[in-house]
Design a protein around this ligand. Sequence first.
Ligand code: HMG
Ligand code: MG
Length: 298
Amino acid sequence: NLPNRVTLVDVGPRDGLQNEKENVGTADKARLVSLLQDAGLKEIEVTSFVSPKWVPQMADNTAVMAAIERRPGVRHSVLVPNMKGLEAALPTKPDEVVVFAAASEAFSQKNINCSIAESIERFAPVVAAAHEAGLKVRGALSCAVGCPYQGEVSPDEVERVVRLMKAIGVDHLGVADTIGVGTPRQVRAAMERALKHYPLVEVSGHFHDTYGQALTNIYACLEMGVHTFDASVAGLGGCPYAKGATGNVATEDVVFMLNGLGIETSIDLDKLVDAGAFISGVLGRQPVARVGRAILAK
Ligand code: HMG
Ligand code: MG
């Protein structure tokens, strides 16, 4: 009894490009968003309104939001770490904002320079102001199974932050395996804690594929009824504050698996592969996506 339909959020333009050494031009970022829309993606994480000193690759956030093509039915989201980020984001008219906390103290410090408690205090007015502006707020929970600084992260640590996110009104909880170390039993345990506080429709998985476990973890979540996942075209991605972590699971690979399972996504795999080939070309390399490479080699 797997879900009939899955929603994929392509986080490539944000999670993917934030981690690139070479700066990708604004026009190429906008072109990537268009190609993802051509492929049928209905949810795209476009950029982040974070400090340009911390993540220079996202410094053109306002320009990117102005350059993207807005198509009816497509939701464009942006990351915001604080009020300053939200204030910069609102005039660019995102459809959704994403706040991001961590289940581990050490990662919270390295990524956003504050404790978990401080981050929640910072997000509370952001959530309220976003709601005031009519926007949905997703919450990303980093290091939900493992942390590059702390090591293993327990389900209790996950649930503690899930409760805090819920208490400040975060609408949706994304369980993130930032460094891609999770295996199905651990991922299931983290998901279960999220599902104690959020309904199935408001929980998603965000799995980096560092250890090659992401598809397996998605399958384990499908078995639980979870039907929303982040993925990154061409397998782009990583977090600048999680050294050695590779990209998110490739959207192409997820779509191929879901097609095989007869699960509807409305995504055209061939067009998605083209989008992956485009951005990989800009970056001067082959797509990390196994399916993308296989289809391109045919
Ligand atoms: P801080 O240095 O503690 O902040 O950074 P501050 O409030 O002291 O401000 C320092 C300077 O930054 C000031 O400028 C602020 O104005 C400016 P100055 O006076 O020095 O010229 N500033 C900003 N500028 C633009 N936009 C803003 C902003 N805020 C402050 N929003 C801060 C704290 C949170 C800002 C910083 O740590 C930061 O930007 N971190 C972002 C890190 C990041 O983007 N990480 C990657 C995204 S998360 C991720 O990838 C994980 C995810 O994919 C899930 C998963 O896989 O786990 C979501
Ligand atoms: Mg990520």
